[in-house]
Design a protein around this ligand. Structure first.
Ligand code: GLU
Length: 417
């Protein structure tokens, strides 16, 4: 067997190709979708606090805009590469389409660790990056948002930098903004809410009750935390979670009330305050649980460990945590994998609601936003489940197939093939 590729862009292309083949799509469809339409690499200088000047490299990849403007986050992480950004932008095209929102896919990032910089430096870096990509973004063109290690404050700095260039108020150019700055209620909770919601729906399909179901959550940033939060609210038992500081297991269920308090006070979980025993990240993935939620980074479940995964349902809070080879193994084992482009689409769905609210300058209640998210995700989940049944394929293939049907129609109508 050829060596398994861990290049995220090659993986994304493989996933798109597989679904195009299963749909028997016109060859032109894959030909158009296999590459992003534009990838911009920028380099810009920033003065650091010690007076020296450092040049930063950033990327913005715009995969496809047949359905609507490009949409997707900006990531600050040392492992960011051009290929990773290209893959992430590809996934965004299909994510927006599976949820039925009027966007194509985009993604950007910089290979930096924000912890290496002071707040003032981070502000200058964020504004420098937004200015550098300003020629290709815009409220009706390409709308960035938070991703790994970026947040509402960073989006606000970027709006400020962009508005300086644009010379007008245009807050809808970025989503994931703080509430006081044009953000939407229920946006912070949105991704984790959807990761759990789709898992709950999968459990119901397997005739399992969410009440008492066991969960292990890998990655305990915003997405992982809210996945656990809503699972706990529904009566599930969180028996393990991990982040870059801790990996904790408690077979009787972790005291989530204490964890929620700790998270809200410190913004993350820094130490194991007696929540359970310490384990490793690898052990967490292989625990016997009802639901495993990988909410960290790419390539966590590969051909190397897929055989040892014992979860009944995997709900992908992260983008790209499972390789195609691992997918095949999991499918044969009967493990239900809710793919990233469906499971974590709640984030971009509520980004869409934020954008709509910005455009009309009229704001909705928390309940209204969450109900609308619930409705879109529930429809998407049922459609994908039915398609998987019809074609006897896994949910990932089915999700791509549903998306490709929509995107290919838009491309056809535009005369792209
Ligand atoms: N970064 C998130 C994602 O990967 C959200 C993107 C958005 O809201 O545009 O889906």
């Amino acid at each position: 067997m050829a060596r398994e590729t861990l290049n995220p862009f090659e993986i994304a292309q493989k996933q798109v190709k597989s679904a195009c083949d299963k749909l028997n799509a016109d060859p032109a469809v894959y030909e158009i979708l296999k590459n992003p339409m534009r990838v911009l690499e920028v380099s810009f200088p920033v003065r650091l606090d010690d007076g020296t000047v450092k040049t930063f490299i950033g990327y913005r990849s715009q995969h496809n805009n047949a359905v609507g403007p490009f949409k997707g986050g900006l990531r600050f992480h040392p492992d960011v590469t051009k290929d990773e950004v290209k893959a992430l932008s590809t996934w965004m095209t299909f994510k927006c389409s599976v949820a039925g929102i009027p966007y194509g896919g985009g993604k950007g990032g910089m290979a930096i660790d924000p912890k290496d910089y002071s707040k003032a430096e981070l502000e200058r870096i964020s504004k420098g990056f937004a200015t550098a990509i300003s020629p290709i973004i815009g409220e009706k063109v390409d709308i960035p948002a938070p991703d790994v290690n970026t947040n509402g404050q960073i989006m606000s700095w970027m709006v400020e930098a962009y508005e300086k260039v644009a010379g007008k108020s245009t807050k809808g150019v970025f989503t994931g903004k703080p509430l006081e700055f044009g953000g939407s209620l229920a946006r912070t909770e949105a991704t984790g809410y959807g990761v759990h919601l789709t898992a709950k729906k999968a459990l119901a399909k397997l005739n399992m009750d969410v009440k008492g179901a066991t969960y292990a959550v890998q990655g305990f940033g915003n997405v992982g935390f809210y996945t656990a939060y809503y699972a706990h609210k529904d009566g599930a038992k969180i028996i393990a979670f991990s982040n870059s500081h801790v990996a904790i297991y408690n077979e009787n269920g972790i005291d989530m009330e204490a964890v929620i308090k700790d998270f809200e006070e410190n913004g993350r979980i820094l130490t194991n305050k007696g929540y359970g025993k310490d384990i490793t990240n690898a052990e967490l993935l292989e625990l016997e649980v009802d639901v495993l939620a990988p909410c960290a980074l790419e390539n966590q479940i590969t051909s190397e460990n897929a055989d040892r995964i014992k979860a009944k349902v995997i709900t992908e809070g992260a983008n790209g945590p499972t390789t195609p080879e691992a997918d095949e193994i999991l499918f044969k084992k009967g493990i239900v994998v809710i793919p990233d482009i469906l499971a974590n689409s709640g984030g971009v769905v509520v980004s869409y609601f934020e954008w709509v609210q910005n455009l009309q300058s009229y704001y909705w209640s928390f309940e209204e936003v969450q109900q609308k998210e619930d409705a879109l995700l529930s429809t998407a989940f049922e459609d994908v489940w039915a398609l998987a049944d019809e074609y006897k394929v896994d949910l990932r293939n089915a999700a791509y197939m549903k998306s490709i049907e929509r995107i290919s129609k838009a491309m056809k109508l535009r005369g792209w093939y």
